[in-house]
Write a protein of this length. Structure first.
Length: 204
């Protein structure tokens, strides 16, 4: 249990760090962070605060689809925003394009590793992923359709609100799925196997 908890919180912290790195690269954010940046731009809020508020509001959408949050879900809401803010407080945007590109690529890879860690720990999905799986369970619609629809919606809203869209947005969209698929098996916690109890034969 302790190892799983450690994996969960390290993964969540690394996810928040990757978010801060991605934004500091200033080459476009992933769809949800385009939305977070857009909302922050309108209401003059930092990215971490917007992430926390958005995560909490998305959790409210779990109620009609009867999803139940786990420890990982609640922790996701809080830790990601705090880690993203801490990262952006100590990291500035590089001047050179090649440094920006390198920072962006490191952020994408770190994001995939972090996702594999916190999901693999088995304490429940994040609010946004849980919304997707909950809608799928209630409607039977394909996960690909639901995820694409949600991310396109938040991307468009975020862009209209002034969020950052660029080459990084496209790189993330193309790379994150295969990278998570690669990383997740490394961190998936296998349930402990129960010892096989053999019944003693009664000799007559």
């Amino acid at each position: 249990m302790l190892c799983r908890l450690l994996q969960l919180y390290v993964g969540l912290c690394l996810y928040g760090i990757s978010t801060g790195m991605f934004i500091r690269a200033n080459l476009g954010a992933d769809p949800w962070d385009v939305f977070h940046l857009g909302v922050g731009n309108v209401f003059s809020l930092d990215i971490g605060t917007v992430m926390i508020i958005t995560g909490a509001l998305v959790l409210l959408l779990w109620i009609p689809i009867r999803q139940r949050p786990g420890l990982g879900t609640i922790s996701n809401v809080i830790v990601l925003g705090l880690a993203a803010n801490a990262t952006m407080a100590v990291l500035s945007t590089p001047d050179a394009l090649w440094l920006k590109a390198g920072l962006m690529m490191m952020a994408v890879v770190l994001n995939a590793l972090a996702t594999g860690m916190y999901i693999g720990a088995g304490f429940g999905p994040g609010p946004r992923d849980g919304l997707m799986t909950g809608i799928h369970a209630r409607t039977g619609w394909s996960l690909r359709l639901i995820r694409t629809s949600i991310e396109l919606t938040v991307l468009i809203i975020g862009y209209l609100l002034g969020g950052s869209v660029g080459i990084g947005t496209l790189v993330y969209a193309l790379a994150i799925g295969p990278l998570i698929q690669l990383c997740l098996p490394w961190f998936r916690v296998q349930p402990a196997s129960r010892p096989v109890v053999q019944k003693a034969k009664v000799l007559s």
